[in-house]
Design a protein. Structure first.
Length: 164
């Protein structure tokens, strides 16, 4: 009679351990992607569908309080504001100046500072034009819509302060 196989005689199954490790890594990766996507907020506030707004912080939170049709109408109206349209082109040019100053050899700190100052000026001009357009848009809203906008902005600020 043959004795039962001892642990040394049995074939080792290292592949099962590696398969379990790989499975665990895939699950952790998927969980991380899901958590990351959820932490980004609702899709309509992340952009990519025409509703994104990266404007002046003075009005960005208020704009996020608009419903989707209102937000689209506002952004459409802002596309027609001459200062905003021209400012986007100016912003591209001054950003190129900043990058050129960064790459320049020999490095000229005064040139970089001037380019950054020009960029700040364009940002300020864009913010002023955006704020003016937003105020005009809000002036056309009904009192009920303005009250709802204020309530939503207030609730958002309270939620943010509770998280911090």
């Amino acid at each position: 009679m043959t004795p039962p196989p001892t642990p040394k005689d049995r074939p080792r199954r290292n592949w099962t351990r590696w398969a379990l490790i790989a499975s665990l890594l895939v699950n952790v990766l998927i969980a991380g992607l899901v958590v990351g996507a959820l932490s980004q907020g609702r899709p309509e506030t992340r952009g990519g569908n025409g509703s994104d707004f990266r404007g002046p912080p003075e009005i960005a939170a208020l704009i996020r309080g608009l419903d989707r049709p209102q937000r689209r109408a506002l952004l459409e109206a802002m596309r027609d504001v001459p200062g905003l349209r021209e400012g986007r082109g100016r912003m591209g040019r001054v950003q190129a100046e900043v990058l050129d100053a960064l790459e320049a050899e020999p490095f000229d700190s005064a040139a970089l500072e001037a380019a950054l100052s020009d960029r700040r000026q364009v940002q300020d001009d864009l913010a002023r034009a955006g704020i003016t357009a937003f105020v005009g848009f809000v002036a056309e809203m009904s009192p009920e819509d303005r009250a709802r906008l204020a309530t939503q902005a207030r609730e958002r600020a309270e939620r943010r302060s509770r998280r911090d």
